[in-house]
Structures are given as C-alpha cells and as structure tokens.
Design a protein around this ligand. Sequence first.
Ligand SMILES: NC(=O)C1=CN([C@@H]2O[C@H](COP(=O)(O)OP(=O)(O)OC[C@H]3O[C@@H](n4cnc5c(N)ncnc54)[C@H](O)[C@@H]3O)[C@@H](O)[C@H]2O)C=CC1
Ligand SMILES: O=C(O)[C@H]1O[C@H](OP(=O)(O)OP(=O)(O)OC[C@H]2O[C@@H](n3ccc(=O)[nH]c3=O)[C@H](O)[C@@H]2O)[C@H](O)[C@@H](O)[C@@H]1O
Length: 445
Amino acid sequence: MTLRISVIGTGYLGATHAAAMAEFGFEVLGLDIDPDKIAMLTAGRVPMYEPGLSELLLKHVAGHEGSTGRLRFTTSAQEAAEFGDVHFICVNTPQRKGEFAADMSYVDAAIDALAPHLTRPVLVVGKSTVPVGSAGRLAERLAAQAPVGEGAELAWNPEFLREGFAVQDTLRADRIVVGVRSERAEQLLREVYADPIAAGVPFVVTDFATAELVKAAANSFLATKISFINAMAEVCEAAGADVTLLSDALGYDERIGRKFLNAGLGFGGGCLPKDIRAFMARAGELGADQALTFLREVDSINMRRRSRMVELAREQCDGGFLGRRVAVLGAAFKPNSDDIRDSPALNVAAQIQLQGAQVTVYDPKATDNARKMFPGLAYAESALEAAEGAHVVLHLTEWQEFRELDPAELGEVVAERRLLDGRNALDADAWRAAGWTYRALGRPS
Ligand SMILES: NC(=O)C1=CN([C@@H]2O[C@H](COP(=O)(O)OP(=O)(O)OC[C@H]3O[C@@H](n4cnc5c(N)ncnc54)[C@H](O)[C@@H]3O)[C@@H](O)[C@H]2O)C=CC1
Ligand SMILES: O=C(O)[C@H]1O[C@H](OP(=O)(O)OP(=O)(O)OC[C@H]2O[C@@H](n3ccc(=O)[nH]c3=O)[C@H](O)[C@@H]2O)[C@H](O)[C@@H](O)[C@@H]1O
C-alpha cells in the first residue's frame, strides 16, 4: 500500500517537500496554521516565488484539471495526524529575539498538536534546522503525549535545499541524511526516498546527534567559506588587488573549489545567519563554546561588508547622504527568490535611508515582501524607474535581469553615472565604457 505522508509547515521548505513527495508517488497532506497559505496552496498557487514549484503543485494538487490529485492541504492537525504514516516537521525555527539561540516553540507546538491524535504506529520525521540534542528531547515529548506511546517514533532528516533551486534540490539532493533509532525507522525512510536512492543519491544513516550536527556544520562551512573570501576582499581593498580574480585562481584548486567564493555583500537569508548563531549558542550550552569562536568572526566579517557598502555609497555621494537619491537594485537576500529575511540588500538600503538619502528599491520578485517589512523605503516597478535622478546606483542582489541592463540606457536617467556593484556580478568594462564610475567590494577602483 502507498505510504501516506503529512507535511507540517508549508513554507519555503514544507511546500516544496510536500510537492516533491507527491511527485515521488505518495499521497500527501500539507498542514499549516496559516489559513491564507493553505487557501493559496489548495488553489494551486505558491505563496512565495520558487522556480518550478508552481508547475509541480499544479501537477499534483487535488481538484485541478489533469492533476494526479495526490496532494491536499489542511489547517487541521487532527486530520494530518490521522492521515499520515510518516509526518515531516517543516516548521520555522527563527532566531530568538535578542539572543543567538533558536526559537524552538514552533517545533514544540507542532509536536504537541500532532501527538494527542496519534493512535497507531507512525514515524515523525524532523526536517527543521534545530540545535543538536533537540531530536532526543522531542522523541520523549512525542511518546509522552501520543496515545500509541513509543509507537509514535521520531527520526531526524535535516534538509539541505537552497532557495531558488528548492525543487531540483529536493527531487535530487546531493545526499540524504537520516538520524534513526530503529531498523523500522530506517526502512520507512528508505521507502520514502526510494526514488532518489535508486537514482544514486547517497543515503547516510546515523544517530540523532550526528544528523543534527551535519546540518549545523554544513551551513557553518558555507558561511565560513563566504566570510573567508570576504575577508580576502578586505585585504584586496587595502592592497589594491582584485578579489574576483583571486577567487577564480583559488577555485581552480579542486580541494578548494570555486563555489561559494563569490565575494561581495555577504550572506543573508532565513538560514545561514541564524544557523551559525544558534550553533554557537548551543555549543555554549554544551560547554564547547571555544570550538566555535571562529563563527563569531565569520558573523562579524559578514556584517562588516554591509557597513562597508554604506561607507562606499556615502563616498559616492560626495561624503553625505542628505538630499541625495540612491537607487538600490535588489531586495531579496539572493536572486531567484522573493525571500527578504535578513536581506543584506534591504539592510543596506535601510541604513542609507536612515542617514538621510532618498532610497528607491527595485526587485523583480521581492518588492511586495520588502514593502511590508520596510514601508519607509520607496519602490519602483523597474530598474530604470528606480534609477531616475539617482546620484548612485547600488547593485545588491545579482538577478540575471540586472546583468542584462543596458548601461547607456540607465545612464540617460541618472543624475550621476556612479555604480556600486555589491555582488561583483556586472561587467565592469561595459559600464565603464558607457561612462560610468564602476566600483565594487574587493576590487581596485
Ligand atoms: N528555507 C530554506 O531554504 C530551508 C529551511 N530549512 C529549515 O526549515 C525550517 C522551515 O524553514 P522555512 O520553510 O524557510 O520557514 P517558513 O517560515 O517559510 O515556513 C514555516 C511554516 O510553518 C508554519 N507553522 C508554524 N508553526 C506551525 C505549526 N504548529 N503547525 C503547522 N504549521 C506551522 C508557518 O505558518 C510557516 O508557513 C527552518 O528550521 C529552516 O531553518 C532548512 C533547509 C532549507
Ligand atoms: O539551511 C538552509 O536553509 C539553506 O541555507 C543555504 O541556502 P540559501 O539560504 O537558500 O542560500 P545560499 O545559496 O546558500 O545563499 C546564502 C547567502 O549567501 C550569499 N552568498 C552565497 C554564495 C557566495 O559565494 N557568496 C555569497 O555571498 C547569498 O547571496 C545569500 O545571501 C544553504 O546553501 C542550503 O544548503 C541550506 O539548506
């Protein structure tokens, strides 16, 4: 009989996971506490921008012409509990206000809502990113509240997808890691992931703590790699060297690799910043804080890039922002996403606005989200409109659309042809040839 899968939390991770599970052939029920999100998903619409997800949803959401009908959504925890043989927990684990530690209240609430309705043996699989030790604690919490007791078993299966590539990363992950306490849990997860396993995706079976740590370590490594190259960018700025060429030259060494060596404004988003901070907090609780002190530096280097960008913009505005117009290209924390959580671009835009400039932001997909979070900034419908009368143009999220801008056309509408490339992604020669002053982080002017 086909496994029935419930996915609890249908945000960036859960909506994609639910659609992918339906693609693998399972009957899937997605649960969220946000009724608007559930209404949208039921209508086959994606509540965020994620390439390819809309097509996958429409292929499977019940009630749509030609769909497999394998995917449905609900706001009832009881319905999800009664439906699933396997329940994936995909709820948010944000940074706690004023602290580094992760806020586990959503995960706890999800377990508490599910457990009382578990009257037959099921597997509950955590996918949210959590501090090491959480799975052990949650296993007890689950068994204590479930009528079936330890028949409601827990497993941990961290997620490594990247926003913007979520669908392909979920259908064909680089690896699948599962932390399990029984043969039964491992077998069920092998069944869930039979399709990618058959396609050769490595399937790593381990204990709870190792599975949780693989996730924290992976994001820490990625953040460290980015901050490493941004530290080199600082030195390049001081020495008059070019960090983009440095990255290329380093990247040819297969032991280092070119990926994640793009220097610029640094990392943001709903994951890397909060995850390295939560990891430091957890290591502190475990008495291993010294092991991770380098992550403090990783965080500082990252935040310094934002201040440096503001400083460079001020220089380009002849030393002061008052009465100056600044165009910001990009609001999302990275291209191909509408996610603005801890967006470096918006952080820089807001700092500059606070210092007296008139800032106009344009982003191909993230404007609506940005407007809700930063209503004080002005927003434009196009890069050209944002650049109107600008004393400096800041390129802060490297959308393909910005690489394709015509420097001559933009040059017609600005007050000054001054460009700051915060992502080292534009063609410096082309902009200079069109009469622009091109400056970037970590490159000679
Ligand atoms: N966004 C990403 O690319 C990735 C995220 N993660 C981790 O996955 C987790 C979720 O992240 P996102 O999807 O980005 O967050 P999100 O905020 O987009 O989605 C979380 C969803 O859970 C819902 N929710 C909260 N409490 C609930 C409950 N008790 N019952 C049902 N639904 C509930 C929220 O309404 C929201 O729709 C986090 O721990 C994150 O660190 C891991 C890998 C990738
Ligand atoms: O735990 C998570 O949620 C996810 O976090 C990251 O994925 P994501 O946040 O979607 O985006 P990334 O592509 O990792 O980019 C993160 C940030 O780093 C920046 N970045 C990335 C690469 C680079 O070379 N330089 C750089 O500044 C991006 O602009 C962005 O702001 C990880 O890459 C995923 O593997 C992980 O699952």
